[in-house]
Design a protein around this ligand. Sequence first.
Ligand code: APR
Ligand code: ZN
Ligand code: ZN
Length: 376
Amino acid sequence: MRMLAAVMYEQGLPKPYERSEPFRIEEVELDGPGPGEVLIEIQAAGLCHSDLSQVAGLRKRRLPVVGGHEAAGIVREIGRGVVGLAPGDHVIMSVVSGCGDCRPCKKTRPALCENVTASRTQGVLGNGQRRLSRNGQPIYHYSGLSGFAQYAVVMPETLVKMDRDIPFEDAAIFGCAVVTGVGSVLNTAKVPPGASVAVVGLGGVGLNGIMGARIAGATTIIGIDINADKLALARELGATDVVSANDPDCISKIREMTHGGVDYAFEMVGIKSTFELALAITAKGGECIGVGLGATDELAHYKHAGLVTEEKAIRGSFMGSCVPTRDIPRFLQLYRDGSLPVGRLKSEQIGFDRLNISLDLLDRGEVVRQILRPHR
Ligand code: APR
Ligand code: ZN
Ligand code: ZN
């Protein structure tokens, strides 16, 4: 079929993106679904900071590619052999999907799946197939999803069924920001009740981290960002304290108010300086968790003696250590209960015509989650 999609031909184009237009909105060809694949009509797709990193070229991808890795939609057709899904089902498309067979998958850690990582580097689906093209030229899949499009052909492992009354624009955010932010707190760090937590970087992921910390029962939850509006929103969503990262005394203030640092410090920006900030505000015996993803080859530094004598732990959390079929229904229940009000993160719903300018807004930290509605 032919459909509209946002295609990236080149990474590293200059800002402002409104002018350089990293995404070209074009008619492309989508084949399938082949055996074991599913055709989804995309209803909503979130713009995540990782899309921005892609545009900036921080992590190389096979080009040209249809962008987008956080979406929700309706199953329209199922390929031969697909079980448990039917046309008309509403689904969340999750960027985490293991093969079920490799060593990490067998340990229920699909975010670390070896086979999926390989297929994504090649820009193909988990079964090695490519279903996108334009005028006979190949176009590749982004993260096995390519959600900035009117339709997508994906592997069933990337899909989690949801109730039909959940708005697509909220559901889309569960695919990446919710699993990453909430999952890092509940799954990776397993923050216990009464703990003290800090979150550095209060975007879509970081604000989910704040909400996750409240769900975990953390009693001190400190939000840190350079943007005053984000600090205010963090307070509304559960932060007990907020500190501006622009404050030159940010570290000493936090160490003072927590009597030596927090039990769990989460880095949710994806740059070296904020990781160092997170580590500096981690208490003795505490854990510093890197969630934000920056350039592939960036190094961070720490004082080794301090790590040893203060028994600090540094660990990474990728996609919130989530198992989508276990965690997304659990997080949707929290959303229904009102403890995970992801609707509060929506800044704006946009059409394809605003996609490039929305990259500029995200880059300037002026928005939280912009949602593309590809059929508008
Ligand atoms: N100190 C503190 N906060 C900062 C700083 C800084 N030096 N620089 C930027 N920020 C804040 C921004 O103001 C913004 O609120 O970090 C936040 C980043 O939010 P988003 O751009 O919405 O990013 P998000 O989609 O939440 O992703 C965050 O997680 O999955 C990864 O790749 C993703 O690395 C990215 C991170
Ligand atoms: Zn993302
Ligand atoms: Zn696997």
